[in-house]
Design a protein around this ligand. Structure first.
Ligand code: PBG
Length: 325
């Protein structure tokens, strides 16, 4: 007879399993990314992201309503611009009359209770397709900050709740915080893309926004996937500079980094479950090779278990339906 402990006793029935469950997913955890396009009555599916669409504002508002009815309260909107609207300085990014800035105001007016997050980076508006200002093939850091500051201000004025600098320039959080505070937007939050890796998992997103770099890659500003301690440097700086929330991106291949930041800092940690992660699950499920729904829920749970407080995910709507059952 062995007198060992028997962990299986805590798994013997659904009631006991539920009682000892350590991690729970909730609709409250989700931020749903949405893609905005020009025009009206337009809805185009992103080819590499089945179930995800680019919406004109009228239909985007209807989509938000459906999500709100499912209990989702966090949204992050990304604009998709025609090539003719792009230039070297990403001017359209801070144009008050632009599609994006106007849309932010209208979304917030119609849904005052949601948490509306934005994206701050030059790439959707840049003719070079980079997150920063390009000069002779180099991405300039400090010159980019001024442009990001203007984008931040326009977004705050439009009524955004959380600004999301995704550009990875040095010093951007402090710069943006200062611009916001000086203009009186002390209540506007910053969620920093703190540990954003130079990843192949962003492919489908760049298809959706047609925002791939026109030359080179993003390795001089996004982090090397081989690095861990560097994430601590980024987090130290972001928090010192005033980030309210920090983020790890992508999520699934970087669960160790999520855990690292959660264990070392007291601010909320977000996992960005990116486009490529979504596409892989959808593609394999379409082929009948995996159970897409179960893999979706298991992946989202793993991000929470690793320490994520918030999950930005294209699965938000589908997962909300399951959680509401
Ligand atoms: C742009 C930005 C990117 C994503 C969010 N903001 C792409 C990139 O850095 O190239 C990726 C999101 C995703 O893949 O789902 N700065």
């Amino acid at each position: 007879m062995f007198k060992t402990r028997r962990p299986r006793r805590n798994r013997k029935s659904a009631a006991i399993r539920a009682m000892v469950e350590e991690t729970t997913l909730s609709v409250n955890d989700f931020i749903y990314p949405l893609f905005l396009i020009e025009g009206s009555d337009k809805k185009e599916e992103v080819i590499s992201m089945p179930g995800i669409y680019r919406y004109s504002l009228d239909l985007l508002l209807k989509e938000i309503k459906k999500c709100v009815d499912l209990g989702i309260r966090g949204f992050c909107v990304f604009p998709s611009l025609g090539e003719e609207k792009k230039d070297k300085f990403a001017t359209e990014g801070s144009n008050k009359n632009s599609l994006y800035i106007q849309a932010l105001g209208k979304i917030k007016a119609q849904f005052p209770n949601i948490a509306l997050m934005t994206d701050i980076a030059m790439d959707p508006y840049s003719s070079d397709g980079h997150d920063g200002l390009v000069e002779n093939g180099e991405i300039l850091n400090d010159e980019t900050l001024a442009i990001l500051g203007k984008m931040a201000l326009a977004q705050a004025e439009a009524g955004a709740d959380i600004l999301g600098p995704s550009d990875m320039m040095d010093g951007r959080i402090g710069y943006i915080r200062n611009v916001l505070d000086k203009a009186g937007y002390t209540q506007v939050s910053i969620m920093s893309y703190t540990a954003k890796y130079a990843s192949a998992f962003y492919g489908p997103f760049r298809d959706a926004l047609d925002s791939a770099p026109k030359f080179g890659d993003k390795k001089t500003y996004q982090m090397n996937p081989a690095n861990t301690s560097e994430a601590l440097i980024e987090a130290d700086l972001d928090i010192e500079e005033g980030a309210d929330m920090i983020m790890v991106k992508p999520a699934l291949a970087y669960l160790d980094i999520i855990k690292l930041l959660k264990d070392n800092y007291n601010v909320p940690v977000t996992a960005y479950n990116v486009s490529g992660e979504y596409a892989m699950v959808k593609a394999a499920a379409e082929k009948g090779w995996i159970d897409g729904e179960r893999i979706m829920m298991e992946s989202l749970l793993s991000m929470k278990r690793a320490g994520a407080d918030i999950i930005i995910t294209y699965f938000a709507k589908e997962a909300a339906k399951i959680l509401n059952k």
